[in-house]
Design a protein around this ligand. Structure first.
Ligand code: IMP
Ligand code: MG
Length: 183
């Protein structure tokens, strides 16, 4: 697929290609919603979005889940080396609701090394949820650091730097409605 001729959202940056267009995303998110609805027949479901990357995906996803649920967010901060996730994760914003006895669905934009998620799964697991699963829009399938299966995956991601639909490059491009790889 060719890149759009001129998208004013892209600040003049050329996109190498559109990895996922809006229609593909919409279709897959609808399917994911159905999978998730079927996977949780009973009990309280808390959908926990990892900010900021998951905000658009989560907003679309929860509207496709046809069962009662609550929504909250997590803000995790990894410190140490600023360029690579160091694995030292702390919560900058901690969900206000109790996790004990609830089905927790952790929603992430993209799984890369899996370091961030591994730390979060360990941290949240200590709060005695009834279940703890991960839903990621994209998975690069190189998450050697994650020792917990990603139960719900939107798409396998190409090994390129992706932006749009919540994913950023230095905070730019989160609002781009498709997923593109940067030139
Ligand atoms: P991990 O801890 O190495 O799995 O890193 C996951 C986080 O890195 C994601 O939540 C994103 O914020 C960021 N990230 C990884 N790959 C990409 C990408 O291709 N584009 C934008 N952000 C990415
Ligand atoms: Mg990011």
């Amino acid at each position: 697929m060719t890149a759009p001729v001129a998208d004013p959202r892209l600040k003049g940056r050329a996109v190498k290609r559109i990895a996922l267009d809006e229609q593909q995303i919409r279709r897959r998110v609808r399917e994911l919603g159905r999978e998730i609805s079927a996977a949780y027949p009973e009990g309280e479901l808390l959908v926990l979005g990892l900010l900021k990357g998951s905000f658009i995906f989560l907003a679309d996803l929860v509207r496709e889940i046809e069962r009662p649920l609550h929504v909250d967010f997590l803000v995790a901060s990894s410190y140490g080396d600023a360029m690579v996730s160091s694995g030292n994760v702390r919560l900058v914003y901690d969900p206000e609701t109790t996790l004990e006895g609830k089905h927790i669905l952790l929603v992430e934009d993209i799984v890369d090394s899996g370091r961030t998620l591994q730390k979060l799964v360990t941290l949240l697991g200590e709060r005695k949820p009834k279940s703890l699963e991960i839903c990621a829009l994209l998975d690069k399938k190189i998450a050697t650091e994650l020792h917990h299966p990603v139960k719900f995956i939107g798409f396998d991601a190409p090994h390129e730097f992706l932006v749009g639909y919540g994913l950023d490059h230095a905070e730019d491009f989160r609002h781009v409605p498709y997923v593109a790889s940067l030139q």
